[in-house]
Design a protein around this ligand. Sequence first.
Ligand code: IMP
Length: 224
Amino acid sequence: MNKIIVLATNNKHKIKEFQSILSKFDIEIRSVSDFGPIPPAIEDGETFDENAYKKASHTARILGLPAIADDSGLVVPAVNGEPGVYSARYAGENATDAENTQKLLEKMKGVKDRRASFKCVISLAVPSGPALTYEGQCDGVILEGPRGTSGFGYDPVFFFEEYSKTFAELSMEEKNIVSHRGKALAEFTSEIDKVVKWLDQRLAEEKPPKPDHSQFSHNDWSKS
Ligand code: IMP
């Protein structure tokens, strides 16, 4: 029987990416939405590691199945590591990519040291808690204005020196090879045999996982 791993996101792009990468292995990737709405994980960690783990273990515990999650963002040392774990909501809870990018550009007006890194952490957790973690990083510099139209988020201002282009000037294939997420995923798949063995051992040691129904009394249900 195939092993099931639940992907703790409803982002269709990420689900497709994981499914296509893992299609050659004996693993079935399912989305949380296949199981109906569950309460959202509280992403209040101070690091990408913490938030990736919170999302993965929350979903694993509730559904009684192994779950995988990723967390990523942009880190700019000259402005104290901002936007960091707040990358998605830097200019406010429902801010657009353009608003977040504009806030960063304003914060960096006159700043000479424009080095920046995209970081991504992938966490695979089993229902009883233990997890495996994979990381990827991509270094670049922040331009003074946007360039290019592809990608998302901070891509138009993230200049990747090796290619002399911003991430928004790269094709998705080019970006995936060098990006933080591409590297973290490559690290994960490079040891997929070990991952599968680890999962087999952890799940055999656990009592048959019972879904954590206590979470379902939560009022703040989310479809995301
Ligand atoms: P998530 O955790 O992968 O959903 O990403 C959090 C936020 O970090 C996004 O909303 C973007 O603002 C930013 N981000 C993460 N990865 C990228 C990327 O590859 N390009 C541009 N922005 C990114």
